[in-house]
Structure formats: C-alpha cells, structure tokens
Design a protein around this ligand. Structure first.
Ligand code: PL3
Ligand code: FE2
Ligand code: FE2
Length: 242
C-alpha cells in the first residue's frame, strides 16, 4: 500500500492524464534523443521566423505585425537553445534541416508564386498546430528549466495560429479551394514528420497518440473557427490517414 513518502503517492499528484514518472534527464539515451528533438525545435523556430518575414513581403500593410510574430520566434529559438545547453546537449542541426526540408520547399514554392493561402496553411496552421501539440505534451515531462520556457512559448504559438486563422477566415470564400488542395499535400508531410520523431519523443516520455490528439484538437478547432463545416473538416483531417 502506498505510504505518503512512496513514489506512487508522488505520481498521483501530477495533474495530467499521462501519469508517469519523469525521465532521467542525465541519461545518455535521453540526451541522444534530445539532440535531435532540440535541433528540430530550434530549426522550426528559425524557419517560423523566416516564414513570417517572407509572408510580410507579400502583405506590406501587415508587415509590421508579421515582424512582431517573427521576433517572437527568434526569442523561442533562443529559449530552446538554452534548454539544450542546460542539459549539456549539442543539437543535431543537419538532421533538423533535413527533417524540415519537404515543408520548407513547399513553403518556398508557394511564396515564389505569391500563394498566401498555402503559405499561411503551412506556417500558421500546420507548423503552429504541430508546435502546440509538441509543447503541450513536452511541458508534462520536461525538466524544470525547459518546462518554464516552453510554458511561455506555447502561449505565443496560439497567437500565431490565431493570426493565420483570422486571415484565412477573412478570405475563405476566395481561398477555400486552394486551402483544401494545399492541405492534401502538406498534412501528410506533418504526419510523416510525427512518425519520424515518435521514437525520440518516446525517449522523452512523450506519447505519440497524445501528440496526435493534441495536434488534431488545435488543427480542427482552427478550421472550425475559419468557418469550415464538420464534413469539410473531416475530409481535410482524413488527408493525414489516407
Ligand atoms: C513555430 O513557432 C515553431 C515550430 C516548431 C515545430 C516543432 C515541432 C516539434 C516536434 C518534436 C516534438 C518534441 C517537442 C519537445 C520540445 C523541446
Ligand atoms: Fe515559436
Ligand atoms: Fe509560432
């Protein structure tokens, strides 16, 4: 029977759904996985910065607002860089660059065509919902230093998702067809990124199904807020599984 001092009792105090022990942040296997995950997050924040700056060149009247979002992304990048340093981990940046390259290339192609709908879908909806899911799950199992940083970051990511969502909502009539088309191409890429990161995430005690669940909540909520109906949202979400 658990006593007050026993580990079982301490575990019961954790308020999240995944009631499990925190990982050993100093183990070699934790640090090995962290070197890739930390790099992915650093690269993702850097690309997010570049993407908001790039979108600003297509909408001059929004350039100042987009610069603000980009500046937040730089701050996130610095925060996560500090998280790696704090654990004495060197981020594997070449791995992360390769990891982001399919989305990176699709964003660049859309940008070159002045295709704002696809740019917003890739950066503000798909990447931000991916970040929100990852950070929400990570907060439950992070070391205390990284937890504090990630809690601040995830609040900003909701603002970024919301910004893209409001632009797409305001333009929905003219951009719906393109939105659905771009989603068909890019949601499977997010799915494959999640598959690629799952085993490293598991080493950090992050559960794949929990990540998918958190992603689907942020993604579907956002499509709903844009004004898509349940059938349209279901069709779009199915692009992740078929
Ligand atoms: C946009 O502001 C940021 C984009 C970053 C995308 C990150 C996706 C992360 C997937 C890996 C899951 C682990 C999270 C752990 C956090 C240190
Ligand atoms: Fe960010
Ligand atoms: Fe963001």
């Amino acid at each position: 029977m658990p006593t007050l001092e026993s580990p079982e009792v301490a575990l019961l105090d954790r308020s999240d759904s995944a009631v499990e022990a925190l990982p050993d942040f100093t183990s070699e296997s934790y640090k090995d996985s962290y070197s890739r995950i930390n790099a992915i997050v650093i690269e993702g924040e850097k690309e997010a910065h570049d993407n908001y700056m790039a979108i600003g060149t297509l909408i001059p009247e929004e350039a100042d607002e987009l610069k603000k979002l980009a500046r937040m992304e730089m701050k996130h990048m610095k925060g996560f860089t500090a998280c790696g340093k704090n654990l004495a981990v060197t981020p594997d940046m070449p791995f992360a660059k390769e990891f982001f390259s399919p989305l990176h290339n699709n964003f660049q192609e859309a940008l070159a065509q002045g295709n704002l709908t696809t740019c917003f879908l890739i950066q503000a909806i798909l990447i931000e919902a991916f970040a929100i899911s990852a950070y929400n799950v990570y907060i439950r199992v992070a070391d205390p230093f990284a937890k504090k940083i990630t809690e601040g970051v995830v609040q900003d990511e909701y603002l970024h998702l919301n910004y893209g969502q409001e632009w797409l909502k305001a333009n929905l009539q003219s951009c719906k067809e393109e939105l659905i088309k771009a989603n068909k191409v890019n949601l499977p890429i997010i799915r494959s990124m999640l598959d690629q990161v799952a085993s490293d995430a598991a080493a950090l005690h992050m559960d794949k199904e929990e990540l998918m669940e958190e992603f689907m909540i942020a993604y579907q909520d956002s499509l709903n807020e844009m004004g898509l109906d349940n059938r349209e949202i279901a069709r779009m979400a199915l692009a992740a599984v078929v």
